[in-house]
Ligand binder design. Sequence first.
Ligand code: FES
Ligand code: FE2
Length: 430
Amino acid sequence: MTTIPETRPTASGQAIFDAQWRERVTARRPGYSLEAPFYTDEAHFRKDMEAIFSRTWLFVASVAEVPEPGDYVTIDVGRDSVIVIRDDDEEIRAYHNVCRHRGARLLMDSSGSVGNIVCGYHQWTYSPDGELMHAGLQAPDFDRSCFSLRSVHTKVIAGLVFICLAADPPEDIHEVADRISPYIAPHDLTRTRVAHQEDLVENANWKLVMENNRECYHCEGAHPELTATFFPTYGYPEDQIPKRLLPAHARYLEAEKRLTVDADRNGLRSRLITELSGRPTGFRIQREALDGAGESYTMDGGRASRRLLGSFDTHALGRLSLHVQPNTWFHFLSDHVVTFSLVPLSVDRTLVRTTWLVHEDAEAGVDYDLDRLTEVWHKTNAEDAELCERAQLGVSSPAYVPGPYAPTETDVDAFCVWYIERLREYAGME
Ligand code: FES
Ligand SMILES: [Fe+2]
């Protein structure tokens, strides 16, 4: 007799896993890193894709990546593929990248430009606003209007494009948009263009990549380029700053005083808002001073591009930093913007896409030098990738047990708190 190998979990196997998973979700110890299976187990990864990436708002692109009607990018999130396209009325729209005929994937490239979206299988043709325009020969009662592309919820916040794959996306995105737009809008992303984009695959679970981003406890030892301008006191409670960092702290206080004057004159908001957990769309936003010349993310803190964004009157506007759960962070400078978006590829591989935006009129080699513009984050990303890979190796060891977060790692804990909240909500464990 031949035995057919079991390729799917049996109903009882699934029930056992679900029970274990719920137990781990319930047992998460606040202030400590997560249990190993959250980082290493395939079934936990599938839960993450369902509970997080199919249900929360994800940052996928900025408007500068689709500047003209017909320009598009495609983003693969698990088994979903999504087209983000600018339509003929200049609206940003998103659709499932699936033909309404027999389901073929419509656009195969990660970016490009089309007049219409034409399926490569039987040439069904859709306008950029998603309507089916041509479908070859069809029965007399065929109603084209019933076969528009299936849209994906989209929210553009001051030029940042977020999508949500859920049928009923979290409503709080609108309130988040209202609160963060006044911070971002003066950088005027509608008048920027992509100077450079870089994809990096990190050999680590997506949560290790996010956790690594949410603290700078590691920066002093790991990031000589970043700490040229990023104050190493970030995250320290004022009364717990180590002695060796007191000179840096004194510089920070002075730089903040100068920044306040320049930011006020330019009508900019700086005040910290931190709501990284306790809501579906967790976020944190704050403008802070940079060290050195204080103008931009460069090796000496001097300007990265001669062309200022928006209508700023000085380069010395520090960094406006925005974090949004679960997959993104941003830095808005006076002369450029860096966006980061993350997509899990598998339980231990994560795509990190970094995009540098400059003023639309800034010319490479004239107004900015591409190496100078990208050096800090190009190198910092590579350093972070190595750290995340190390973390993945460590948590994969049978010897790993969750360890405590330091006082400078409160935002890492907030990320894990948010993550567990989302899992509980998904599983109806409120
Ligand atoms: S599957 Fe797209 S036209 Fe047939
Ligand atoms: Fe880092």
